[in-house]
Design a protein around this ligand. Structure first.
Ligand code: NI
Length: 211
């Protein structure tokens, strides 16, 4: 969990060094803004204080918007940086993860459908086919290497976020636009899915948060 800054009883803004000033909630770009179509630039120096400040503000913005992930272009910064909450059994125990200059490659051919939402496409959900297994390399916020295989919903979130770095929204990955629906209508999908499940005993799809 992100450390909260200590706030003194008497707040003297001039006494607080800039590097521990309060985090900011950033404006989120919405579908149609050109920044969401750009191919983002590599982060030159992960230890740059400006990069660290952007990471802190992106995490704060993601929490505020109740999203599962956020890519820098979504806050008008066209750089290859992603923050997200890895899927976990216990929602309270999820620490945000930071990917700097991530590179993903598909492992195998398996493609699975799943519901996605996006903070840049508010109020909507769509069914998106994604690779079930991917290899991920990136740097974390300490500049240390991440090099791992991930799968399932975790792989979906990372694919969704990395698409933002190449100017691609989930709607462009959809194979059936009939599944683009308002989030408020999701209960109809769950009801239909439950009936289907009871009939065929197949695995269920969980509702996804915006990313
Ligand atoms: Ni998104």
């Amino acid at each position: 969990m992100l450390a909260r800054q200590h706030i003194p009883d008497t707040l003297d803004l001039h006494a607080i060094p800039r590097h521990i000033s309060a985090m900011s909630i950033l404006k989120i770009a919405r579908m149609g803004h050109p920044v969401l179509r750009e191919v983002a630039d590599e982060v030159a120096d992960p230890n740059d204080p400006e990069v660290q400040r952007l990471i802190d503000n992106m995490i704060e913005t993601m929490y505020d918007a109740q999203g599962q992930g956020l890519a820098a272009p979504q806050v008008y910064e066209s750089v290859r940086l992603v923050v997200y909450l890895p899927p976990s059994e216990d929602d309270d125990e999820r620490d945000p993860r930071i990917l700097i200059n991530p590179v993903i490659t598909a492992i195998g051919e398996e493609i699975i459908p799943g519901w996605e939402g996006c903070l840049s496409v508010p109020g909507l959900r769509g069914m998106v086919p994604r690779h079930n297994y991917i290899h991920l390399t990136a740097l974390d916020d300490n500049g240390d290497a991440i090099d791992e295989d991930i799968s399932g919903h975790h792989a979906r979130v990372v694919q969704h976020e990395c698409d933002h770095l190449d100017g691609v929204l989930y709607t462009q990955r959809m194979s059936n636009m009939a599944s683009l629906i308002f989030e408020s209508e999701m209960p109809h999908i769950f009801a239909a899915h439950q009936a289907e499940e009871e009939a065929s005993d197949t695995a269920s799809e969980e509702e996804e948060a915006d990313a």
